[in-house]
Design a protein around this ligand. Structure first.
Ligand code: FES
Length: 105
């Protein structure tokens, strides 16, 4: 599976991800900037906010109510394609593109 992260300056990094990891863990393990993930994936920080490519947003499993609630507290205003990427699991054959916000804190 491949995950491409584009930062707010337009620079992209594509990572060969491991099935079962989250999109947040994949970024942190590979030194991808733009994702802070202060809480380590326990859905209590909203510093793993990403904007999912519009054409792919609907292909992801829908978010839980708690993630939806936490997104209102993200440092950069949420958009229709916002997710907290600790809640997105890498799946077999995934080819996902996300953009990281200007700031996470
Ligand atoms: Fe804290 Fe995702 S890492 S909410």
């Amino acid at each position: 599976p491949m995950i491409t992260y584009t930062d707010d300056t337009g620079e992209s990094r594509t990572i060969n991800a491991t099935v079962g990891d989250s999109v947040m863990e994949t970024a942190v393990r590979n030194g991808v900037p733009g994702i802070v993930a202060e809480c380590g994936g326990s859905l209590s920080c909203a510093t793993c906010h990403v904007f999912v490519d519009e054409s792919q947003f609907g292909t992801l499993p829908p978010m839980e109510a708690m993630e939806d609630e936490m997104l209102w507290g993200a440092a950069e205003d949420r958009q229709d394609t916002s997710r907290l990427c600790c809640q997105i699991k890498v799946t077999d054959g995934m080819n996902l593109h996300v953009t990281t916000p200007h700031t996470q804190v």
